[in-house]
Design a protein around this ligand. Sequence first.
Ligand SMILES: Nc1ncnc2c1ncn2[C@@H]1O[C@H](COP(=O)(O)OP(=O)(O)OP(=O)(O)O)[C@@H](O)[C@H]1O
Ligand SMILES: [Mg+2]
Length: 273
Amino acid sequence: MLDTAPRDSLLEVNNIEVIYNHVILVLKGVSLSVPKGGITALLGGNGAGKTTTLKAISNLLASERGEVTKGSIVYRGEAIVDLNPAALVRKGVIQVMEGRHCFEHLTVEENLLTGAYTRRDGAAAIRRDLEMVYEYFPRLKERRKSQAGYTSGGEQQMVAMGRALMSRPETILLDEPSMGLAPQLVEQIFEIVKAVNEGEGVTFLLAEQNTNVALRYAHYGYILENGRVVMDGPAAQLRENPDVKEFYLGMSDEGRKSFRDVRSYRRRKRWLA
Ligand SMILES: Nc1ncnc2c1ncn2[C@@H]1O[C@H](COP(=O)(O)OP(=O)(O)OP(=O)(O)O)[C@@H](O)[C@H]1O
Ligand SMILES: [Mg+2]
C-alpha cells in the first residue's frame, strides 16, 4: 500500500466523504493526520461532523445508515475501512462515545472490567490494569461498588474512559468528553487525558465543541465546519489565531460579553449542583 504519511503518523484520514441514508452528504473531503503519542483535537460547532468523523474511523457508521463513499482511512499503514469495531479494538483503537454509555446496572468496577473483554493476557494483568485505572481515576476507586447508573455525569465519563483504558489501547477516539459537565470537572477530565497521554503513551483524537479547553491540552487541532476542515495547525498557533479567537474562543473585543456569560453560567451551575 502506498504510504506517504509522515513516519510518526499512526492514523491517516484521507479525503473522506460520508453519506447518510444514501443521500445526505455530511463529510465533504475530510483529511487528518494523527501522530503517535499526541493529543489531536477535532473542533467545531453543532453538526460540524466531528462525531461522524470519529465513527467513520471506528466503523460505527453502518448502524446509522452512514457510509464512507470516498477516500481512505489508514492505521499503521493499513486500510481499516472494513474492520469491525471489535477487530479495531484488537488493533489498538477504541472509541469512547459521546454521552458515555455505561452499563447502568453494573457496578463501576464491573463496567471497567467489560473493557478487558478482548484481552487474552490473563486475570493478573487485567487486575494490574484495573489498579492503573484507579490511579488515574481515584474517584472511581471510591465508587467501585456503586451501580454505574447512580453515579454523576462526570463519574460516568470517567467510567467510559477507564473502560476504554482497560483494553490497553494505543489510540483512544474520545467524543465530546466535556459534554454537560461543570467547568471544573471538564478541567479535571482533560488533566486525566493529559496524564494518560504522558504516562501510558496513549494517542488521543478527541472531538470537542469546547475549543478553549481542547486547545489548551491538545498538541494539534483541526477545525471542522459543515463537513470540511477549514483550518488546522499546532494548538498554540490556533489559540493565537484572530479568527479562532473571535469565533471559537469568544475573546474578541465584543466577545467580552460572552466571557461574562460564561461567568454567570458558572454561578448558575453552582445553584443547580
Ligand atoms: N444518522 C444520521 N442520519 C442522518 N444525518 C445525520 C446522522 N447523524 C448525523 N447526521 C448529520 O450529520 C451532520 C454532522 O453530525 P455530527 O454528529 O457528526 O456532528 P458533530 O460535529 O458531532 O456535532 P455535535 O457537536 O452536535 O455533536 C449533522 O448535520 C447531522 O444532522
Ligand atoms: Mg458530536
